[in-house]
Design a protein around this ligand. Sequence first.
Ligand code: FAD
Length: 609
Amino acid sequence: MESYTTYDYDVLVIGAGGAGLRAAIAAIEKGARVGVVTKSLLGKAHTVMAEGGMAAAMGNVRSEDNWKVHFRDTLKGGGMLNNWKMVENYTKEAPDRVRELEQWGAVFDRTPDGKINQRNFGGHSYPRLAHVGDRTGLELIRTLQDHAVKMGINAHMETTIYRLLTEGGAVVGALGFNRQTGEFLVFRAKAVVLATGGLGRIYQITSNSWECTGDGFSLASMVGADLIDMEFIQFHPTGMVWPPSVMGILVTEGVRGEGGVLKNSEGKRFMFDNVPERYKGEFAETEEEAERWLQGDRNARRPPELLTRDVVARAIRKEVNEGRGSPHGGAYLDIASRRPADYIKKKLPSMYHQFMKLGNLDITKEPMEVGPTCHYVMGGIRVDPDTQATNVPGLYAAGEVAGGLHGANRLGGNSLSDLVVFGRRAGMAAAEYAAKQTGSYQVDEAQVRAYIAEALQPFNNPQGENPFALMKELRATMQKNAGIMREENELKTQLEILANLKKRAWNTSVSGGRAYNPGWHTALDMRLMVEISEAVVLAALARKESRGGHARLDYPDPDPTFAKLNHIIRRSSDGTLNVVAEPLPEMPEDRRKIAEAKDLKELSDKVGA
Ligand code: FAD
């Protein structure tokens, strides 16, 4: 019989990115004994890669900014599918969470008068992103990690959670294994917070790190948690397209925030021709006006390169499809002709080095070639807007793995502040729930044994398939059939492919021992990746319209019927996934007025703060 080591915690946090670390800090502050599990090392979670900044209406650069303008921008960017209560909690609390990070030692860039500096980003009406050059995620993680370690988290690094454990319908822990040794670990916990980040690795071209295989969505769904709006995947407009080995790596929106412009192969700034109806009148209509905005003229409107990501990504795709793309299938992003070299190196140091080292290109002298890359998932585990509780007792979710805040499309910078606002709320609520569970730690021994046997099965299956080949097939077919532009036939084909891949994912073969065995890790990742891919495709098939991150060739326009519906992915008792359309939570009239305000001046008073 396989042995395992057992750990007991009041709150187990799965994931050590921004959301997980902030949840852990909040739970410890409430007196809970907290364990944090991460697939990689502390400080190396995907959050570390975040570049441009964290959005919070602090009003440091433009005093007119406040939570109401941020509320309106977030809902507008999200195609009004966002959970309005989450947006309100988020926009009201984000400034405090940024100031808290500063108190804990984060070193933000400064305005000339010493305040935290804020930069422009797509879809934000005012400069709103607190930042540290283009390495904001690194500073966020460093600060949270130092604070969490000081407060006494118990970290389990290089540990993958394979299954959540349940008892009487409630989550009571998790089964995982140490990636270095292959040893199984059982975590008994009174409450569990999932903070496992996104799912970009189910696509072939992605900006996401290796950890983003979507585990948390599947782990939650497998114990009965609802998922929401999984069709909404964000394809960031500017990933590297050349050389092939680095395809998909992000080129921060900060480049456009600092004045970078997009051009096609004819040298035309094509975004002026791509302003959607709902944004008409809000963006500069000539290059001359856009230039005045860059020089600080407050009467000029923002350049159309700062439209939301879904709009810009589709505009680039259109230029390429119509034969006006760059040589490697993208568009040109030019900061070189817009800003002096020393300014670019100071404000965008990572971009400068990234292109120099990976593309042998000096961005202070030449334009970059960029194209869409899978970047973020707006959908996720359905949570309560105040506590981040899921519909499964004892299970909470925060960060990218949770859904609801961003609706159909996330505004850049709205993730990092989401992590700290809702990570904190999840940690507090989980600790409060745990404090009420007065019985002893319990897990079902038979459940643990069954999951261990299941996890070891690829070692005892010499005729099974190669897990790496399966993963390659999954990623290529998701890219082709459920990528940036979708249509019914391809989505249906993908469902068939996934049904087949699902069977094969349970029939893989791996050799060697359990100590650091990437083949085994891939075999287990695949089982979770096919589940979440199916949820994405089912939801995409059901939404017969185009909105935000979901674009259908066969239904190219938004449809008012779907404007009022969230798609819930629910597992039935036989294990199949189903889509249920549910009406959006009703938004009160006073909040609707804010969300639909046309004139920003109406929102610049402080009433209701
Ligand atoms: P992550 O940081 O992804 O952390 C997930 C954690 O869960 C990791 O520790 C991982 O090891 C662990 N984990 C996963 N599965 C398991 C498992 N099965 N068992 C155990 N542990 C597991 N957003 C912004 O707001 N501003 C930006 O400027 C910005 N820039 C970005 C730049 C890039 C290149 C990318 C890719 C994204 C950017 N984003 C940005 C988005 C943002 O970085 C992410 O949405 C955010 O960091 C996600 O944080 P998280 O805490 O939810 O998860």
